[in-house]
Design a protein. Structure first.
Lengths: 107, 119
């Protein structure tokens, strides 16, 4: 199975701050990486797919990038509504595997 | 509006069976791969498996393949997850998801069905 190592496990940041979450894949997964946001008490929602493509309706302050087997999610200006848990998912090969999640809070 | 509504969760004893359903609306169900994903109480996410749009192919997490079965009824726009011989570690919230790009991007999620395995 492909392992996705996500960091940090938790993050506290100030409003308007830049936030970066990373996932390291245990092998090449190409661009088969998506990011999901789970707000408190809600279901996960797609943010980014294909490592860098923004899903419909997602604010432009979210962006995804790739460097080799390391993938990053960046929030350019943190807003209150961004609190929640963020997960990466590799879909290069089955079984699909998620990162362990990053809990984002406002400082 | 795309909607996925799971049902069938609840409290179940170890060793029992349980079948979850997910009714889809707002899109042509038979055009999409569908998946089941679960989230443990500790917030760990686990992919259970997926099913091709016509039901002709399924794929499972190896650790669950022998106990879980995914099926669908396109005439009813409904996805199913049959769980057998459940264990305490199956306690989780179960989500059905709609898949884009051969199911590899989960662009819609249900509200989740809670399953608790306990005697």
């Amino acid at each position: 199975d492909i392992q996705m190592t996500q960091s940090p496990a938790s993050l506290s940041a100030s409003l308007e701050e830049i936030v970066t979450i990373t996932c390291q894949a245990s092998q090449d997964i190409g661009n088969w990486l998506s990011w999901y946001q789970q707000k408190p008490g809600k279901s996960p929602q797609l943010l980014i797919y294909g490592a860098t493509s923004l899903a419909d309706g997602v604010p432009s302050r979210f962006s995804g990038s790739r460097s080799g087997t390391q993938y990053s999610l960046k929030i350019s200006r943190l807003q209150v509504e961004d609190i929640g848990i963020y997960y990466c998912l590799q879909a290069y090969s089955a079984p699909l595997t998620f990162g362990s999640g990053t809990k984002l809070e406002i400082k | 509006e795309v909607q996925l509504v799971e049902s069938g969760g609840g409290l179940v004893q170890p060793g029992a069976s349980l079948k979850l359903s997910c009714v889809a609306s707002g899109f042509t169900f038979s055009d999409y791969w569908m998946s089941w994903v679960r989230q443990t109480p500790g917030k760990t996410m686990e992919w259970i498996g997926d099913i091709k749009y016509d039901g002709s192919y399924t794929n499972y997490a190896p650790s669950l393949k022998n106990r879980f079965t995914i099926s669908r009824d396109n005439a009813k726009s409904t996805l199913y997850l049959q769980m057998s011989n459940v264990r305490s570690e199956d306690t989780a919230t179960y989500y059905c998801t709609r898949g884009q790009i051969r199911g590899r991007v989960m662009d819609a999620w249900g509200q989740g069905a809670s399953v608790t395995v306990s005697s």
